[in-house]
Structures are given as C-alpha cells and as structure tokens.
Design a protein around this ligand. Structure first.
Ligand code: AAO
Length: 520
C-alpha cells in the first residue's frame, strides 16, 4: 500500500505534461534562431496580443562556433558548456526576454541539449560562442566542468564509436550520435550538472523544455534528471507547477526504441503526424483528406495528452531528422496553410507552429546542398535582427509563418474552440471535408481538383460568421468572406478549386480554396 502511494506520488511529481500556458492558450511557436531581443519584442507586440501560448527558443547554452561551413545553424546543437551565451544573445538578454514574455503571458520553452557535447572532431581552443576554452580531443569542458570521465565511450561497442545501427538499443544510447561526444547521464555528477543548468533557467522563469535527442538517452536517466528539477517560478506560475517536458524522439516505426518508452515522464514529439499529414495534403500514396475522419490515436499516434504535434520542424523542413519528402513547409505556401489550418482546427495533441528563415535551397538528388545554412546574418556570422515591414510581414529573409494571416487567425481559432467536441464530420469520399468544434467553430477544406458546392451542418448557432482564412473580423465586420448560418445550423458553401480555369476571376469574389469560421 505504502509502495503504491509512493509510486502515485512519484508519478505525479514526474507528470510534466501540462504546458503551463496562461488562460488556456493552445499553441506555441518555434522562433528558430531568433535573437533574444527580437523574441522579447515579438512577445510584446505580436504573440501576446494574438493569443500565442509560448515560444520554443533555440539552445541558449554556449556552443562550438563552426566556420566550415560558415556558421551553420546546427553548431548550436554542439554545446561546450552551460554558460547562457549564444548566437541569440547573452545571459542578460535571455533574462530580459524571459521576463518580458512572461509579463505579457507568453511562456518560454528552452531547447535543452543534454545528450552530448560538441563533435569529437571539434578541436581545442576558444572557438565557442562566449569564447570559453574547451578541448574536444581530451573531452575537457572546463566551464562545466566535464572531463573524459563523464562520457560514455567505454560502453560503446562499435568500431567507429558512433551509432551505426538503429536496431541496436545499446548503440543508440551509448554511442555517439553523428560523432557527438556522448555524456554518461547515468552518473550522478553528470545528472547534477544537467539539472543545475535546467534549474537555472527555471528560476529565471522558463515554463519548460524541449529535450533534444531523447532516443539517445535511457528513460531512467532522464526521469532522474526531471525528478531533480525545481518547480516553476511563482512570480508567474502557480505554486507547485512542474516544468513542461516535451521530448524529441523520432519514431516512425521500424526501430526497437519507441516513443512510448518516454510518455511516462513527459510528452513526446509525434513525428508520424507531419509525415502522414504531408502525404495526405500532397495526395501521395493514394492518401485522401477524407481518411482523416479518425485522425489521432486512430492513426496509431500517441495519446493526445502525451503528444506534441507540428507540421514541420527545424530538422525535417530541410531534410534532417526524419519524415522525408512528404513534409510540407513554407516553401509550398498554399499546401502549408492548409496543413497548419487542419492541425490547429483538429483537437488532437498540443500544437507547435514553425517560424523559419529562408535559405538557398538547392535540392540535388533529393539532398539539399544548403541544408546547413544558418539564419540571416552579417558578414561576421552574427545573426541579423528581424525587421517588421509595414504590412506586418518580416524582412531580411525571416519567413515568420506565425505572422501569416491564416496561421495567426487559426491560433486564435484554436483558443476559441479549445475543449469543444469534434463533431458533424462530413466528407465526399475524396479530398473535401468539414467538421465542427462544438458550437464554436467550423472548418471546411477543399483539396480536390473540382468545386465544392454543398449545404453543410456547421453546428453553429444561426447568424453571420467571418471566414478567418480569407480575412478576419475587424471593427465588427468581416474583411474577408462572410457566411450566413441558418437557424438549423446549416449553411451553403461553394469553394472553387485551385486549379479551376475560373480561379483568377473568382478568386476575389469567392475565397481561397478553403473556408473556416469562428464566431463573430
Ligand atoms: C553536425 C554535422 C555532422 C557531424 C556532427 C558532429 O551535420 O555531419 O558529424 O555535426 O560534428 C543537428 C543536425 C546535425 C548536426 C548536429 C550537431 O541535424 O546534422 O551534426 O546538429 O551540430 C537523429 C536523432 C535526432 C536528431 C536527428 C537530427 O535521433 O535526435 O538525428 N535530432 C536532434 C535535433 C537536431 C540535432 C541533434 C538532435 C543533435 O533536432 O537538430 O542535429 O543535437 C532515423 C532515426 C532518427 C534519426 C534520423 C536521422 O530516422 O529514426 O532517430 O534522428 O534517422 O539520423 C526514415 C525512417 C526514420 C529515419 C529516417 C532517416 O524516414 O523512418 O526513422 O529515415 O534515416
């Protein structure tokens, strides 16, 4: 009995599934490679006012600086210590950002790289983001400090010291991921240093962590680290709040390590979501939109309250990680808006929106030659600020998908329909679907090559509604399409398909490919 109670208590203290968003907000945005000063400003001027629940930031820890290739984005996934000093800014700027975002109700989630330090071939010197000395050859990282006693190499049984076979669990967790020096997280000393790093951030006010490369760490080791984490800062969070944990585990099936091994200790990134959705939206492999009727657990995904979902992430939008060519990104803007709109309307999972920068994409034989390119930067490699244009878009190569009207409005839509029942499903057996979220919102999508012309049950009370894709509600009026719902909840929809010859004529009169509504 005592044991049972203890287990229940432990379970509770480890149950870090709640994103801790303020006012029940439902989506976060990954501001990939943004500077802290820009994120602080974005929280105040845009994310707070538009209902975004939080920001995933790029790793704030001191990393190696790579100059061949020239300052790639991935250098930040090679820590050389836990000083809070990175390409995005120094510790003061980080603290200022966390404070200012929290003050406008926007949470900060840190990308924590704790599986490894820099690559074994990282050399020795002060080529690091704060100029601290390190020596990858002798595994000496004095600012932590870590020495050669703190790494896993003795336990790795491959010739190269690297992971060579994902079918071998021991390799995956005890050998080096792409040559990165693999920390011995079973050591109390290492766990302590990692927990100290995360606790410093918690005390500064962050709401949780994306934990990088979890497949490569033993769940028991991670659980021990999470158990050492402080409660959130009570200046902004209610007393006893636990840090939100979402763990990066790529599980598309076919490997012995599964994401289910990690769902007891935090949420897990559901990579099947974007990979499958990409196939559906692209209509590849015979996939159809009408098949998503039982989207979610019915598709073999993790349970909704254990998953973090996204259309694309910083890896698979450029061919890293997993998901393959099906992943939809900003490069296919029309499909992307449809995919993100579907994700934000559908109740499954906790949602993350991607916000990217442009790079010189150059795909040769399926491989992007410039997949390494870092964010918009100055000649010396320092990251450029994000300028905001008069029309609210971003300049200087920053894509800012989260500022696209359709995506911004859908984040607000998700907040409005939060907790409402998925109902009134309709499909045409092909790629036209619609569904309601209780009596608060309704979505209809046409991804067929022909017109949608239907009277549908919206589940909404009679009245006039704004389509939040073609426009939005401003000063009590719809700037885009308006739809009248009858007293019986039914409304007529006519959505011209994208490839229609009439498309260009009707576009201005009708709407963009698909419609959806929230209460006026
Ligand atoms: C860089 C250089 C390397 C160099 C290294 C050290 O690119 O050439 O050796 O430095 O000097 C990022 C970059 C890396 C970069 C690294 C460090 O992506 O290119 O290396 O920073 O600077 C695995 C992990 C997963 C990881 C992913 C990239 O499991 O955790 O690889 N993602 C995170 C971050 C990522 C970061 C790191 C980890 C490291 O998000 O940005 O790396 O901190 C399979 C496995 C997956 C595995 C993938 C890719 O996927 O299942 O676990 O992910 O392969 O190796 C089908 C399968 C699917 C399979 C996929 C690909 O789709 O269904 O399961 O094929 O084979």
């Amino acid at each position: 009995m005592k044991l049972l109670i203890l287990a229940a208590l432990l379970g509770l203290s480890l149950a870090q599934f709640n994103p801790n968003t303020r006012d029940g907000k439902t989506a976060i945005v990954h501001l990939f490679e943004w500077r802290w000063a820009d994120i602080a400003a974005e929280c105040e001027r845009y994310l707070g006012p538009n209902g975004f629940g939080g920001v995933q930031i790029s790793p704030p820890s001191e990393s190696i600086v790579v100059t061949n290739p020239w300052h790639p984005w991935w250098q930040r996934y090679q820590p050389i210590g836990y000083n809070l000093c990175s390409r995005s800014g120094n510790e003061n700027e980080l603290r200022d950002m966390i404070t200012r975002c929290n003050n406008v109700g926007v949470n900060i989630y840190v990308d924590a790289v704790i599986n490894h330090m820099c690559g074994a071939g990282g050399g020795a010197g002060t080529h690091s983001s704060c100029g601290s000395y390190f020596d990858a050859n002798s595994k000496d990282f004095p600012t932590v400090p870590y020495s050669n006693l703190d790494f896993n190499d003795g336990k790795c049984n491959t010739g190269s010291g690297n992971i060579e076979n994902y079918q071998d669990i021991n390799q995956v967790r005890n050998c080096r991921l792409v040559g990165l020096l693999d920390l011995a997280l079973e050591k109390d000393y290492v766990r302590g240093k990692v927990a100290d790093y995360m606790n410093k951030l918690i005390d500064m006010g962050v709401a949780g962590f994306r934990v990088d490369a979890c497949k490569h760490m033993w769940p028991g080791d991670l659980s021990a680290v999470y158990g050492r984490l402080n409660n959130l800062n009570t200046k902004w969070f209610s007393s006893g709040s636990r840090p939100f944990i979402f763990q990066e585990v790529i599980d598309l099936g076919g490997e012995p390590i599964t994401s289910g091994e990690y769902t007891g200790i935090g949420r897990v990134t559901e990579f099947k979501y974007g990979a499958r959705l990409g196939n559906i939206i692209r209509k590849w492999n015979g996939e159809k939109l009408s098949y998503v009727k039982n989207w979610g657990e019915g598709w073999g995904f993790l349970s909704s309250d254990k998953s973090l979902v996204f259309v694309d992430n910083h890896d698979n939008q450029r061919g890293h990680g997993a998901g393959g060519a099906s992943i939809v990104t900003f490069w296919d803007a029309r499909l992307y808006k449809m995919a993100v709109a579907f994700m934000l309307a559908h109740p499954y999972g906790f949602t993350r929106v991607m916000s990217s920068y442009r790079w010189d994409r150059n795909i040769v034989n399926g491989q992007d030659q410039n997949d390494w390119q870092g964010p918009p930067s100055n000649g010396d490699g320092s990251t450029k600020p994000v300028p905001i244009n008069p029309d609210s878009t971003c300049g200087d190569g920053w894509v800012c998908e989260h500022r696209w009207r359709q995506i911004k409005n859908m984040v607000a839509f998700r907040n409005v329909v939060n907790g409402q029942a998925f109902s009134n499903w309709w499909d045409n057996g092909e790629n036209q679907i619609s569904f309601s979220l209780g009596n608060k919102g309704f979505l209809v999508i046409n991804n067929d090559d022909w017109e949608l012309n239907e009277t549908l049950n919206t589940g909404l009370p009679g009245g006039t509604y704004c389509d939040v894709i073609s426009g939005q509600k401003e000063s009590g009026r719809c700037t885009g399409k308006e739809v009248v719902v009858g007293g019986d909840g039914r409304a007529s929809f006519r959505i011209i398909h994208f490839n229609s010859k009439l498309y260009f004529i009707i576009y201005l009169l009708m709407t963009f490919h698909f419609l959806l509504f929230s209460l006026l």
